[in-house]
Design a protein around this ligand. Structure first.
Ligand code: ADP
Length: 374
């Protein structure tokens, strides 16, 4: 008679509990390589000993390329203005054990600057020499956004604000020259230019202030029943007076209902959209404004036959200060108009979007809820 042991051949008998399939154990090294945060391990010479996959992904560098190198030569940590942070500002050089945080930027293998949050865990000897350190590196998305906004604001300030300031300064200095005797016509012309440029500056500054008030929701609406086709006739008549190269066509169904809205704010949205349609259709053509009615909302579409917007930019043009490189570069503007439009439409309970085809034109549509008692 064969025993149980013989049936199983040489397999030793294992207690039942142990026969259940065991999950692989999580070792410290696995935790490091699985971590979603970049992890950098440094030895006493600031040389890289650990460089986990998340950090490889973030930096575009491989572990093999960097292990053994000094960390400052690999990550090139700077502040958001590009000033190096690897010397005195780096906690690794402070001779102190403990945990420290830094907001910074690193440069990837492809030369891209990435904003990061750095969390240092540092061990130093009693004499202050570095023994070892672990640095957690995490991409800082909010910081990134803030730095995008900051660079857009800087670009705006440097171009849109500098130009009028330079003109005002030049004309004022010319007029103030003690050795010149300007004719009345010249004086009037230069003063006229100074006035025009001061108006431009003042418009820009109020736009900036207005945007920040809208973002802080500190604008109140003066709501009333609004006849949109009439309002649109008014806006287009005003804009058509200063534009002779485009045709503006308005079409609304006869039964178009009234909406509850603030006329001044809707005027602003329409003005922005129609001005853009004219501005970004350098070849002329027609600008159309159409009204449509769906279940509980009205839709207004401003269409043009202009330069259009690349698909990759469509999502971003409603962002603060955003301007499409090709279309916006030589056209005056602030990149605030569409952002303001979106804020204004949203406070009315509506939505705004764009359909566009580069080289063929764009269609901006916004919705407003139909007045309840209509
Ligand atoms: P601005 O016109 O002052 O630059 P906007 O916020 O109104 O700012 O528009 C942001 C960007 O969106 C513009 O710079 C332009 O690149 C793009 N854009 C807006 N409207 C149009 C349009 N009708 N056709 C093509 N591009 C447009």
């Amino acid at each position: 008679m064969r025993t149980q042991r013989e049936v199983e051949g040489s397999t030793p008998t294992v207690p039942k509990a142990a026969r259940v399939r065991q999950e692989p154990r999580l070792r410290a090294a696995d935790a490091v390589s699985l971590s979603a945060d970049g992890i950098l391990g440094l030895d006493s010479d600031h040389r890289i000993r650990v460089f986990n996959p998340a950090l490889e992904e973030l930096t575009g560098l491989t572990k093999e390329e960097v292990v053994g190198k000094e960390c400052h030569s690999v990550l090139r940590v700077t502040d958001s203005y590009g000033n190096p942070l690897c010397a005195d500002a780096c906690p690794l050089n402070h001779g102190e054990s403990g945990r420290f945080n830094n907001e910074a930027e690193i440069v990837t293998a492809h030369g891209k600057r990435v904003p990061v949050d750095l969390h240092f865990a540092i061990q130093c000897s009693s004499t202050g020499g570095l023994r070892r350190a672990v640095v957690n590196v995490r991409e800082a998305k909010d910081l990134h956004q803030a730095s995008n906004v900051r660079s857009a604001l800087l670009a705006l300030v440097s171009h849109e604000l500098q130009t009028p300031i330079a003109i005002i300064k030049a004309y004022a200095s010319t007029l103030a020259r003690a050795d010149a005797n300007w004719s009345e016509d010249v004086v009037r012309e230069k003063l006229g230019a100074i006035e025009e440029e001061s108006d431009r500056l003042s418009r820009l500054v109020s736009r900036l202030l207005y945007t920040s008030r809208l973002e802080a929701s500190s604008i109140s609406l003066n709501l009333m029943l609004l006849d949109l086709p009439l309002e649109i006739q008014r806006v287009t008549k005003r804009l058509a007076e200063t534009d002779e190269s485009h045709e503006i066509l308005v079409s609304f169904p006869a039964d178009f209902p009234p909406v509850t809205a603030d006329p001044e704010k809707i005027d602003e949205v329409l003005t922005n959209l129609i001005e853009n349609a004219l501005k970004f259709s350098p070849e002329g053509g027609s600008v159309t404004i159409e009204g449509a009615l769906t279940n509980s909302e009205v839709q207004i579409t401003v269409g043009d036959q202009g330069v259009g917007i690349p698909a990759s930019e469509v999502e971003r043009i409603f962002e603060r200060f955003y301007r499409v490189h090709d279309s916006g570069q030589h056209t005056p503007g602030t990149g605030l108009g569409l952002h303001i439009c979106r804020l204004l439409v949203q406070v009315h309970g509506g939505r705004i979007w764009v359909n566009s085809e580069p080289g063929r034109g764009s269609r901006f549509t916004f919705t407003l809820p139909v007045a309840i008692d209509s």
